[in-house]
Ligand binder design. Structure first.
Ligand code: AGP
Length: 614
């Protein structure tokens, strides 16, 4: 999920490029870079690592060096292939240093192409997959192709979802770009034309926006924009209607941040999983910083977190214990630090915190470190206080979350924690390598399945609207359905302000069932796991006591459907991955009910996005 911006034209400037990059920083902040062509036919490149710092540096350099700018490429990187180093930062050049490329996505067959290119004498200066594009283009140009044809020919040899923009110093004002299953737009302004991965990067700078379709090539010069397919057949440019101001653009056209973030979940989970499997089919967690030898010595794990992060941690407990057989204790952060936990240097304490700044979790982690345990934080914020203080860090790649009610960071947290559980199983050999690969391939299918769940938005909205006036909600589930039930209840409480409780379904008859009557609505987590029958019996128990029933069930499960007053369908998946899908209808339900009640879903009363007090 890198960010791309490129510009050309009389009014184009390096400052615009850097400003656009700052707006794209959420797409990746490992490093940033620009390459510009100048009137004298040369190409300059500036690259720097370390997120915000690199952008500040680029901005300073932009002020110094913007004279003679003809066209430029800008990139903000989220590393997939190759560590976070200046050499791996984009733009990447060919052997001549006169052709630059910025790229977003993954070239899946880059190893095979790299071998071939190195075999024919190309010299690579990075470990990235991107650099093969520059050298491929170089070969086609050497054979006499124009850049547009070189881009088309190269794209037909590249496998994977990606977009890229190329700039050749020999034709210093011409940008050529292409895409496949990755975002790319073209913008036109007064004496300036742009290519960018996202509209917000060029909003206010361009006034007309055009789509680029998959496997199309767009040529953008100061004189105009032309589009063709990979065979050179001209295509019609289709305008995109954009009526957003910057603030609306930040919301991507959604009514509010919460709905935008709910709908960003396929990307949040996909990006969190991207680049985590190597050619040998092994999980790689580069930024983890914990040595596999140390991980083999761990004999106990604690997971700490607050609110939604705690619920993600609860899902992880089931997965870690099942896949690694290491005992896992789960704690609310504010309880952990005062309960005198028993830890030593063979204990791993995992702190789950999207912000990486929640005081209670931070304090729990420093208590753990003080007691000699190893610490690992799962965070969505690069360089957050907890990420810096912990022995190891695993980042979710959900992009910034603005809505106070966590949604996309939650599913990304579950994905990251499950990855970590699989990684632990891999290094400790507690799971067959084929099983690790099989579960990972199920994980890779999750984004598509999330997308499918999101198509039920309108029907979930109808159910939610019909629930205005209900005074009490209960959520029940077993096994990993239990944390989903807790999260469903928390979402509803946070933004609708209505009483909502989550329970392990088997616990109902030990007390809570006394509250059930015809005024209650009960959500049952009824996807087909080995505990389905038991959950369904619990659902029956509340149904006969008059409660209205809403079930989260698998698609086409008529037996479950027969028991619910409403059914929220989700696709089947590996049972331990199910929370990533099952929680989504509950987020949508909470969202629509809160909107129907007239509540501000992005800024619910009494809450703060990050709680930095005890
Ligand atoms: C989630 O919707 C809440 N806003 C809240 O429970 C949150 O998850 C909790 O405060 C923890 O925050 P963190 O992940 O930033 O540590």
């Amino acid at each position: 999920m890198c960010g791309i911006i490129a510009s050309t034209g009389e009014a184009a400037s390096l400052n615009d490029l850097v400003e656009g990059l700052a707006r794209l920083e959420y797409r990746g902040y490992d490093s940033a870079g620009v390459a510009v062509t100048r009137e004298d036919g040369t190409m300059d490149r500036i690259r720097a690592v370390d997120g915000t710092a690199s952008l500040k540096l680029l901005a300073e350099l932009a002020n110094d060096k913007s004279d003679g700018y003809i066209a430029g490429l800008g990139h903000t990187r989220w590393a997939t292939h190759g560590r976070v180093t200046t050499d791996n930062a984009h733009p990447h050049f060919d052997c001549t240093g006169g052709l630059g490329v910025v790229h977003n996505g993954i070239v899946e067959n880059f190893r095979e192409l790299k071998n071939e290119l190195e075999g024919s004498g190309h010299v690579f200066s990075s470990q990235t997959d991107t650099e093969v594009i520059a050298h491929l283009l170089e070969d086609y140009l050497k054979d006499g192709a124009i850049l547009k044809d070189a881009v088309a020919a190269s794209m037909s040899r590249l496998r994977g979802a990606m977009s890229f923009v190329a700039l050749d110093a020999n034709y210093p004002s011409v940008l050529v770009a292409t895409k496949r299953m990755a975002p790319l737009v073209v913008g036109s302004g007064s004496h300036v034309n742009f290519v960018a991965s996202d509209i917000p990067a060029i909003l206010g700078k361009a006034d007309t926006f055009y789509q680029v379709g998959d496997d199309q090539v767009v040529v953008v010069s100061p004189d105009g924009i032309s589009l063709s397919d990979l065979f050179g057949n001209p295509m019609e440019l289709a305008e995109i209607e954009v009526q957003w101001d910057l603030e609306a653009a930040a919301r991507g056209g959604f009514r509010d941040f919460m709905s935008k973030e709910i709908f960003e979940q396929p990307a949040a989970v996909r990006d969190t999983l991207l680049g985590r499997l190597n050619q040998e089919g092994e999980i790689v967690l580069d930024e983890m910083r914990l040595d596999p030898d140390e991980l083999r010595k761990i004999n106990k794990i604690f997971i700490v977190g607050c609110g939604t992060s705690y619920h993600a941690g609860m899902v992880a407990k089931y997965a870690i214990e099942h896949w690694t057989r290491i005992p896992v204790e789960l704690d609310i952060s504010s309880e952990f630090r005062y309960r005198d936990p028993v830890l030593d240097k063979e204990t791993l304490v995992i702190g789950v915190s999207q912000s990486g700044e929640t005081l209670d979790t931070m304090a729990a982690m420093s208590e753990a470190a003080k007691l000699g345990a190893k610490t690992l934080v799962v965070s969505n914020v690069m360089g957050s206080s907890m990420a810096r203080a912990a022995d190891a860090v695993l980042y979710t790649r959900a992009g910034p979350e603005i809505g106070v009610a966590a949604t996309k960071t939650h599913t990304a947290q579950i994905a990251a924690l499950l990855l970590m559980a699989l990684y632990l199983a891999q290094v400790r050999h507690s799971l067959d390598p084929h099983e690790v690969a099989r579960v990972f391939s199920d994980m890779v299918m999750l984004p598509e399945k999330i997308q499918k769940v999101l198509t039920s938005d309108a029907s979930i909205e109808e159910v939610a609207q019909a629930m205005v006036g209900v005074k009490r909600f209960y959520f029940i589930g077993r096994h990993v359905g239990y944390p989903v039930a807790l999260e469903g209840a928390l979402k509803l409480k946070e933004i609708s302000y209505l009483p909502a409780e989550g329970y392990p379904a088997g616990e109902l008859k030990h007390g809570p069932i006394a509250m059930i009557d015809a005024d209650a609505v009960v959500f049952g987590m009824a996807t087909r796991t080995r505990l389905w029958e038991k959950t369904i019996s619990n659902v029956e128990e509340v149904r006969v006591r008059g409660a209205q029933i809403i079930l989260v069930a698998n698609e086409g499960d008529s037996e479950s459907a027969a028991l619910g007053d409403a059914i929220f369908e989700v696709p089947e998946t590996h049972p331990l991955l199910a929370p990533v899908l099952d929680v989504i209808p509950l987020q949508l339900f909470a969202y629509h009910l809160a909107v129907s009640l007239g509540n501000d879903v992005d800024r619910p009363r009494n809450l703060a996005k990050t709680v930095t007090v005890e």
